[in-house]
Design a protein around this ligand. Structure first.
Ligand SMILES: *[C@@H]1O[C@H](CO)[C@@H](O)[C@H](O)[C@H]1NC(C)=O
Ligand SMILES: *[C@@H]1O[C@H](CO)[C@@H](O)[C@H](O)[C@H]1NC(C)=O
Length: 316
């Protein structure tokens, strides 16, 4: 779970229905975190990102997030504009349960909301109403809320991240931090080689029709690949391997659940430790990979390819 230190603002145990003006609005990159539990007799509850708090006429609801518990349950998302509901977007995967606690994270992105529940990606909802118009958060229905937290779009960055020195082969010699440097395949030299304690952060968005993508950490003086991370969307497989002495080793595939989904924004963090790499995705520890290529100080190159839009690569 996210540390409370990151929260810009916290509301504890609000009374439901809860309606509050968010004076600063919502910015891309911000998180709204809601922790609570579902009473045994709940039939539904909803979190509404509203444009104002008027009840007559009812304020527009840019994003209506509505878990329903009848039968096997579902989550209904919709937009209310001029007192008219739009087209329902229904997710039948149901992460909420009666009598169970939950943590919802609403990540505000430029073009959509991305929602995860209990650390697992749940759904995307494209903005139907301009983000700037949202200024009110409403929570209604049968639900107990213990905490609402707001995380500003600055606090997610690591301590002192620095851009990698890019050594792209096919785009001039400039090292300007413009987005063209994130064209795939992407190859960059780490400004110092790998060692325990080093962190690499890769931000991107999985393409809608993605098949797979790969992230490789490698030395520059051979064709070896020390760490090959290869999520495959269709099979929902997250393959990890190394390419040593002109051959692939044994694939590691075990995973608690597949963390990627089409269109999903992600921040993938590789932490190099003494005996292994730890990989986290959107703040959730996802896997470990024991070092097979042990000369860590030779690893100086990051390579990224496949079906993602690459947004940022940093290391420190
Ligand atoms: C409703 O919105 C107005 C204008 O933003 C605000 O001043 C007022 O405090 C809000 N009322 C409630 C109950 O949140
Ligand atoms: C945070 O919000 C500001 C203001 O809208 C924006 O310029 C900036 O790009 C946002 N940061 C991220 C990481 O999205």
């Amino acid at each position: 779970m996210m540390s409370l230190d990151n929260f810009q603002k916290i509301v504890r145990s609000p009374i439901i229905p809860y309606v509050e003006t968010m004076t600063a609005g919502l910015l891309p990159g911000e998180l709204v975190i809601i922790r609570g539990s579902v009473p045994e007799d709940s039939e539904r509850f909803q979190v509404d990102f509203q444009c104002g708090n008027s009840t007559k006429p009812r304020a527009d609801v840019a994003f209506h997030f509505n878990p329903r518990f009848k039968r096997s349950g579902c989550v209904v998302c919709n937009t209310l504009q001029n007192e008219r509901w739009g087209h329902e977007e229904i997710t039948y995967e149901m992460p909420f349960g009666k009598g169970k606690p939950f943590e919802i994270i609403f990540m505000v992105l430029r073009d959509k909301f991305q929602v995860s529940v209990n650390g697992k990606h749940l759904l995307l909802y494209k903005h139907k109403i301009n983000l700037e118009k949202i200024d009110t958060l409403g929570i209604y229905g049968k639900v107990e809320i213990s905490l609402i937290g707001f995380v500003s779009n600055k606090s997610l960055q690591g301590s002192q991240p620095t851009l990698l020195g890019t050594t792209k082969k096919n785009t001039g010699n400039e090292e300007l931090p413009d987005s063209s440097q994130f064209v795939l395949p992407y190859v960059a030299r780490l400004h110092s080689s790998l060692e325990p304690g080093r962190t690499i952060v890769i931000k991107g968005e999985v393409k809608e029709k993605a098949q797979s993508f790969a992230i490789n950490l490698k030395p520059s003086d051979s064709s070896d690949i020390a760490l090959h991370l290869n999520p495959r969307m269709k099979d929902k497989a997250f393959v990890r391997n190394s390419y040593l002495l002109n051959g692939w080793g044994e694939e590691e595939k075990h995973i608690a659940y597949f963390p990627f989904s089409p269109g999903m924004y992600f921040e993938l963090i590789i932490l190099c430790k003494e005996h292994q790499y730890n990989v986290a995705i959107n703040g959730v520890h996802t896997l470990e990979y024991k070092h097979r290529f042990k000369q860590l100080n030779k690893i100086n190159t990051v390579e990224i390819l496949g079906d993602i839009e690459l947004l940022d690569v940093r290391s420190w």
